[in-house]
Design a protein around this ligand. Structure first.
Ligand code: VGL
Ligand code: ZN
Length: 205
């Protein structure tokens, strides 16, 4: 269905989040054909790209004794430590080769400040530093956002929750997302999104 006042926000469909990548999400590559097809229904298509310096503070490798998927305290709150991933300019940071990148009007890069992680397309993890996406969408009179991508329980969920907080109407196509799922984080993310008013659906409506 065409959504002429809507935007499709495609989160982090990058090689490192696909099978074989540094922070592979199971089945991450399976969503690419469906996402490509959905792009045709939207006048506005935005991609996000996780884009870290090699010494990024979210990498376990930067913390003596740090282990991947452990949690540490950062000045802005708890932070999961990740394997090195999506290093600026590396093949792992590139979009999946089959993703129709040319259909997007805007690519938002995030996580480029060495000491601050950024899951959401709208704010860094300090919940204050804006990426500018909200202003872009508002200036284009976009009210309804459809979110797809990787990973459901981190960057997609944080983007959806921020979008609701900012006053957008948000639909999550759960069938076009895949999750990392650490300790029940997928179920928790779905619950949080539903409670916040995100329409979590699994097929076109
Ligand atoms: C993501 C963990 C670290 C994501 C990005 O795209 O969900 N997760 N960086
Ligand atoms: Zn990252």
């Amino acid at each position: 269905m065409q959504d002429l006042t809507g935007a499709l926000i495609v989160i982090d469909i990058q090689n490192d989040f696909c099978p074989g990548g540094a922070l592979a999400v199971a089945g991450g590559d399976e969503i690419v054909p469906g996402v490509n097809a959905l792009m045709a229904d939207f006048p506005t298509v935005v991609l996000t790209q996780d884009w870290h310096p090699a010494d990024h503070a979210s990498f376990a490798s930067q913390h003596p004794g740090g282990t991947a998927f452990g949690v540490i305290d950062m000045p802005y709150g708890p932070q999961v430590l990740w394997p090195d991933h999506c290093v600026q300019g590396s093949p792992g940071a590139a979009f999946h080769a089959d993703l129709q990148v040319e259909r997007a009007q805007l690519v938002i890069r995030k996580g480029f400040r060495p000491a601050l992680d950024s899951y959401s397309a709208f704010f860094e993890n300090d919940k204050r530093t804006a990426t500018g996406l909200a202003g872009y969408l508002r200036e284009r009179d976009v009210q309804h956002l459809t979110l797809v991508g990787l990973a459901t329980d981190f960057c997609v969920a944080w983007s959806a929750l921020d979008a609701v907080r900012l006053g957008f109407d948000v639909t999550l196509r759960a069938d076009l997302c895949r999750a990392i799922d650490l300790d029940g984080s997928l179920a928790a993310a779905h619950e949080q999104m539903r409670a916040a008013g995100v329409a979590v659906i699994s097929a076109p409506v």
